[in-house]
Design a protein around this ligand. Structure first.
Ligand code: ACO
Length: 392
């Protein structure tokens, strides 16, 4: 009797061999991606509604508690997040070690793993303690990224502030200077936009880990590993390199044609779920336009628009029926560059925003979910006999 429910050759031929497309693995109140309509809903709100109005801290509260906070609840949350900004001593040591030899995403995974050090009781999986762990992660991941960056660049560490938002404090700790209001707004929009996004690969990883009754820190370090890959959160750096290499709008179409003809993937294009333009791309484009007056990036934006147009056209011709459009990573690259972030901090900055979603999913799964344990279809031989090593 097959354990996979596959009983015939026809079933076997139709069995999934790819990436769980269309398989529902969890019930969630957190977010929904309608890939046909291009709509991202986060706890009942369209992403545009939140990105245009909410602070990242409000969205963190929304994801953890399913309602936007009252003024009092927001103040309490902000104060708690600020109180966790100072890193444990062991985590600071981990930052220093990672800054010497590791790339940013490896460093982040390594350093976040150390955060369990000041946990009051790592064995206690009660909801209240898990919520506190979520708060510490959301508060500390940006501090870690900034501290790591200062150390690896040979610059003195900038201590966290206690009077500003996560977005403002991150820019302040990165640069040591008061960040311009427009930049704080742009980063806030970015963090809100990427806070959660259905059952993406890193969120799924976090839920799988949470489903084994493992801890919040393990779930987030696992999610960071999944986010790092270029098919997920690692694309904005390469997307920017592509735009920079193209250089002139007139060169875009020919460049894209050659790249696709030689089998390359256009970074920042295509999505497993969206079959129309990723709604986050528009939000981030608007944020980049709003910042362009301050940063003088209008030309770069015009170039990106043409690269987008040409890329969509070339992909429509070469991969007909696939509906490949720009995804979140394309304009992430431009917006984060306008904010003055080094290219290799784009994915860690994505992780800062997505920590809200990962922790919310872990909290949700711990309340109601079961062990996630899918099956595979075995296609190898059976019944082989062991041959002693010298007889092989
Ligand atoms: N450039 C060129 N061809 C592409 C692209 C692309 N960006 N995206 C998909 N295709 C092609 C594939 O080559 C494949 O063609 P084939 O069937 O002729 O071999 C077809 O379209 C389907 O591609 P899949 O990889 O099966 O589609 P999947 O749903 O797995 O891909 C993915 C989604 C990984 C995002 C893909 O579109 C891609 O590689 N994009 C570039 C990387 C990128 O932008 N990643 C960020 C994603 S957003 C995020 O995770 C935050």
């Amino acid at each position: 009797m097959s354990t996979t429910g596959i009983t015939s050759e026809k079933d076997r031929a139709n069995a999934p061999n790819t990436g769980l497309e269309g398989i529902v693995v969890a019930r969630t109140e957190l977010s929904d991606v309608d890939g046909q309509a291009g709509v991202l809903t986060v706890c009942g709100y369209d992403i545009e509604e939140l990105a245009h109005n909410a602070t990242y801290e409000e969205v963190v509260h929304l994801l953890w508690h399913r309602v936007l906070p009252t003024a009092n609840e927001l103040q309490v949350l902000q104060e708690r997040l600020i109180s966790y900004r100072r890193l444990p001593e062991e985590t600071q040591i981990a930052c220093a070690a990672a800054a010497r030899r590791m790339g940013p995403m490896d460093a982040l995974q390594f350093i976040v793993g150390s955060l369990i050090v000041d946990d009051p009781d790592p064995e206690d999986e009660s909801y209240d303690l898990n919520l506190m762990r979520a708060e510490k992660l959301v508060a500390r991941v940006p501090v870690i990224v900034a501290m790591y960056h200062r150390l690896r660049s040979g610059q003195p560490i900038v201590e966290p502030r206690e009077d500003c938002s996560i977005a403002a404090n991150f820019l302040y700790q990165l640069t040591g200077a008061e960040p311009p209001v427009g930049e704080v707004k742009g980063l806030n929009t970015y963090l809100v936009t990427v806070a959660d996004h259905g059952m993406n690969a890193s969120t799924f990883s976090a839920r799988v880990i949470a489903s084994t009754a493992s801890d919040m820190y393990s779930a987030v370090t696992g999610a960071l590993g999944a986010l790092k890959g270029s098919l997920h959160g690692g694309a904005p750096g390469p997307a920017l390199e592509m735009i920079e290499e193209i250089g002139e709008p007139e060169r875009a179409e020919a460049w894209m044609r050659e790249a696709v003809a030689s089998g390359k993937r256009l970074m920042g294009f295509g999505h497993r779920v969206y079959k129309v333009r990723d709604p986050r791309a528009e939000v981030l484009y608007e944020a980049a336009v709003a910042l362009a007056d301050e940063t003088g990036e209008q030309e770069a934006l015009a170039l990106a628009r043409e690269v987008e147009r040409a890329g969509v056209q070339v992909l429509a011709e070469s991969k007909p029926g696939r509906n490949l459009n720009t995804n979140v990573e394309f304009y992430t690259a431009l917006l984060l560059r306008e904010l003055g972030l080094p290219q290799d901090l784009f994915t860690p900055t994505f992780a800062i925003g997505r920590t809200a979603g990962w922790t919310a999913h872990v909290l949700e799964h711990q309340k109601s979910g079961r062990l996630i344990r899918p099956q595979s279809e075995y296609v190898g031989p059976r019944g082989l006999r062991y041959t002693p090593v010298l007889e092989r």
